[in-house]
Ligand binder design. Structure first.
Ligand code: PHE
Ligand code: ZN
Length: 881
């Protein structure tokens, strides 16, 4: 394991390698504990590099058993091999040479799931970011592109399947019950995109004909017996391939595209060239075992990994600082795909909820970093929501600033100019500048300045002059290493709404640039003046969340209600409801803290119930409106000295008031949408279920009884309804006999299905209140728990820490201490997983002083742990700073 090195890598230090890698031939002789890897690498010295400069290759925990130079054993005086590097001296000045390295590795013992490991008897690899160096010594960096030939030798019975990147060359018997297969990938690629899979799996097969008429074989490999559960993933794959042709003009480029589902995986999935490897959670689904959210995730992640074939693989990153070049862009692409497949507005609301609840806290706390960081200690810790989701928002803003046509031109230019390159963010931005003629230099600050911009807005209307003035101030908060900031270019989409709800077309006469319905804020302070405004309009700002900012705009409840009723942009209608709800929720929290009665703004109640009742609106949207801001949203609105118990109590009181005011309506909604139509996993069916279950939640509150949810649990014929009913039971009535019965029934029904059991763990881990810690400790002793399985750890410990504010932040600090011991324990086995979990404490400084002190103590316990991984060391140091 790589324990802390404390070494910091700087973007400014980038320089190309001294040697160019021409070709890679790898031969794997697979064995569970003694796998032999022979790597034949052909290099030549880069022009201008002095002959005295040695070749230095990366390694991680490697044992070398032989080293040949041009097929002859190398003189030990000419090289130095350690577990972490191989240095070779006295190499030719200019002509190519061949190095053959043999290493021996132990896949079975590889618990960090980086490099070559075994999951449920399946050999698989994970090489991004720096896993390839755990297989052999290599220039393991993304700007080293090479063509790979792969030979795999393994026991035939145990491993009928031998897979790698590219196209299948052939295979045959190999004696002694073994066989081999050879693969060739003609597309030069960096080592992080290498993959190998071997084992015994079932397959679902299909074909896709590309726009130029080539037939591509599609294969999804899953555990035997699970093939039917891969049908939706296959459907999503074909839709992704078609969409990328239609919308981005991108066609697939090999004869075969494979996906393999494995059950032990650190992340969601990986875009290895032609051989994607997936966490099986994002492949397997059927109505009985998958929720609507699972289906949506599968569709999005299948698309995401497929889209990487162009944005990531054909155009890759020059160095890991450029990670957003592939991730931000690919998330943007998968968001657009899902928006086209489903309801655009509902998808946008879900994205923004996610951005606010995950990325905003990251950007406002000790782990804040730019979309393109300029230093790192451990790259694994930069697969963050800032790089991914804020990175996607930055791409979206480019599209907003340029308009659809020029954005398309810029993308085309990017593909044309950089196909086959290891590119940078500058390369990317330049394409949009060249395609549009626009100067994006100020805009590029979005890549280098961390922190969510805060924008304060005020308006004044002059009836005599028929003008409206809109004043905007921007402030980007200080973040670690960045005390002061420059003003950013913020594209704010807007509408001026008249009395009757129609949109006013006014002319911007001064103050700044307005293009179409986008206002370009670029100075610290700016006042835009519009003329021809004959009556005071209601301003709807940041429509569709055109910029990832926090708006401070004190609009009256009447104005917000007007937006909630009339905006053409559904996202903004939802936003108006949210803006009305937040003050009630923060006030409720302080009332609850003082033991006072909680009052709910009547206009919030009426707007909310009007939207819920509006049959002209799609059910999924109505369900979103009924889902109030979360406890962490409220904590963020309060901003400091937060008390999770008060926030929870206040929010529950507001929910109860809504439940009471809307009881008749919720009964009607629940009935209408319960009618048993056949299950379809599409957005429409999902929307109906979401609305019905939102109504069920409110009804259970107003009746204060588990009876309805218990009945819904018994009647459910799909996992969405079942899991929702169980959640209501467990979270609202944790000690009822109905809840105990339903939990036992669920366990008994799905005890052998790991992915469904994860839901059982998650539902229990998120039961509000102090008692949940005990429950978690009991559950960890259950035979269902598996500390070596990342999904299971995340389902229990992860959701407790990330999604149970009252349980995790219990007053006595015991949950923090439990968590610290878990992080230390997991770190021994899987540093990446431990470090990721630890980020749950990133906002500890916002807590009221008692809890903050306990959290700090727990962090100090972690910090003083012996043998911390580099991953956990990096996070704990930054969080405590
Ligand atoms: N590159 C993967 C994706 O976003 C994520 C990943 C990163 C997976 C590192 C594994 C390891 O599609
Ligand atoms: Zn990705």
């Amino acid at each position: 394991m790589r324990t802390e090195t404390g070494r910091t890598i700087h973007l400014a230090d980038y320089r190309p390698t001294d040697f160019v890698l021409e070709r890679v031939d790898l031969t794997f002789e697979l064995d569970p504990t003694e796998t032999k890897v022979e790597a034949r690498l052909i290099f030549h010295r880069r022009e201008g590099v002095a002959p005295s400069v040695p070749l230095v290759l990366d390694g991680d925990d490697l044992t070398m058993t032989s080293l040949l130079f041009d097929q002859i054993e190398m003189d030990p005086a000419r090289y130095t091999a350690t577990a972490d590097s191989l240095t070779i001296r006295d190499l030719p000045a200019s002509e190519p040479f061949e190095i053959t390295i043999t290493t021996q590795i132990n896949p079975e013992a590889n618990t960090q799931l980086m490099g070559l490991y075994r999951s449920n008897g399946i050999y698989c690899t994970q090489c991004e970011a720096e896993g390839f160096r755990r297989i052999t010594y290599f220039p393991d960096r993304p700007d080293v592109l090479s063509v790979y030939t792969i030979n795999i030798i393994a026991d035939k019975d145990a491993n009928p399947l031998l897979l790698s990147n590219g196209n299948y060359l052939g295979g045959a018997g190999y004696g002694e019950g073994k066989h081999f297969a050879a693969w060739f990938d003609p597309h030069p690629k960096p080592s992080y995109l290498f993959a190998l899979v071997a084992g015994d799996l079932g397959v679902v097969e299909d074909t896709f004909t590309t726009m130029s008429g080539r037939d591509v074989t599609l294969k999804i490999y899953v555990e035997h017996g699970k093939e039917p559960r891969a049908a939706y993933a296959m459907d999503a794959l074909k839709r992704s391939m078609k969409w990328d042709e239609e919308v981005f003009g991108r066609e697939y480029d090999l004869d075969i595209f494979m996906i393999v589902a494995v059950s032990d995986f650190n992340m969601g999935a990986m875009e290895n060239k032609g051989l994607n490897i997936f966490n099986d959670k994002y492949v397997l689904a059927d109505p009985e075992t998958a929720t609507d959210q699972d289906y949506a995730n599968i569709e999005a992640i299948i698309a995401h990994e497929y889209f990487h074939n162009w944005t990531g693989n054909r155009i890759t990153c020059r160095d890991w600082f450029q990670l957003c070049l592939k991730e931000g862009l690919t998330v943007y692409r998968d968001h657009e795909f899902s928006a086209d497949m489903r309801s655009r507005a509902v998808k946008r609301i879900a994205e923004v909820r996610h951005l606010r609840s995950e990325q905003f806290p990251e950007d406002a706390g000790p782990l804040a970093h730019p979309v393109r960081p300029n230093t790192y200690r451990e790259i694994n810790n930069f697969y963050t929501t800032t790089v991914y989701e804020k990175g996607s928002e930055v791409t979206r803003m480019i599209a907003t600033i340029l308009g659809a046509e020029d954005f398309k031109k810029g993308m085309d230019l990017y593909f044309e100019r950089h196909d086959g390159d290891a590119a940078t963010v500058e390369d990317f931005v330049k394409c949009f500048e060249d395609a549009s003629g626009k100067d994006l230099s100020q805009f590029a600050l979005w890549y280098s300045q961390a922190g969510t911009p805060h924008i304060t807005v005020s308006t004044s209307y002059d009836a005599n002059a028929a003008t409206l003035s809109l004043s905007l101030d921007q402030m980007v908060p200080a973040t670690p290493g960045q005390a002061t900031k420059e003003p950013m270019h913020v594209p704010l989409s807007f509408a001026l709404l008249c009395h009757d709800g129609s949109e006013l077309t006014a002319t911007a006469i001064s103050g700044g640039t307005v293009t179409g319905n986008v206002l370009h804020l670029s100075e610290r302070s700016q006042t835009f003046v519009f003329s021809g405004v004959t009556s005071r309009p209601v301003v709807s700002l940041n429509r569709g969340f055109s910029a990832p900012v926090v708006l401070h705009f004190n609009q009256s409840n009447e104005d917000l209600a007007h937006i909630a009723r009339h905006e053409g942009d559904l996202f903004s209608r939802w936003q108006a409801i949210t803006d009305m709800a937040l003050p009630s929720l923060t006030a409720a929290a302080s009332a609850a803290a003082k033991g006072d009665a909680v009052a709910v703004e009547p206009s919030l109640l009426s707007s909310l119930l009007a939207i819920a009742a509006n049959e002209a609106l799609e059910p999924a949207f109505r369900a979103q409106a009924l889902t109030l801001p979360s406890e962490s949203d409220i904590a963020r609105a309060i901003g400091k000295d937060t008390d999770p118990d008060a926030i929870h109590a206040g929010r529950q009181a507001v929910l109860a008031a809504i439940a009471k005011a809307g009881e008749a309506q919720f009964e009607a909604l629940f009935k209408t949408h319960s009618s048993s139509t056949a299950f379809t996993p599409d957005a429409e069916g999902a929307g109906r279920r979401a609305l019905r279950n939102a109504a069920l939640g409110y009804l259970s509150l107003s009746k204060n009884s588990p009876a309805l949810a218990s009945e819904a649990y018994a009647k459910a014929d799909n996992m969405t309804d079942l899991a929702q009913a169980l959640t209501i039971l467990a979270h609202r009535f944790p000690d009822s006999s109905e809840t105990a019965a339903a939990l036992a029934n669920f366990e008994q029904r799905f005890g052998s299905n790991a992915l469904v059991l994860d839901k059982w763990f998650t539902i229990q881990a998120t039961i509000p209140g102090e008692a949940t810690l005990d429950r978690i400790q009991t559950l960890m002793k259950s035979t269902h728990y598996a500390a070596s399985n990342p999904n299971r750890v995340r389902a229990l410990v992860g959701t407790f820490a990330f999604s149970n504010p009252t349980g995790f932040n219990r007053r006595d600090g015991k949950a923090y201490h439990f968590f610290a011991s878990q992080v230390l324990e997991i770190d021994q086995r899987n540093p990446q997983l431990a470090a990721r979990l630890l980020t749950a404490l990133r906002s500890w400084q916002m807590l009221e002083p008692n809890r903050a002190n306990s959290a700090r103590e727990a962090l100090q316990i972690i910090s003083s742990g012996s043998e911390l991984s580099n991953d956990v060391r990096d996070i704990v140091d930054r969080i405590l700073k």
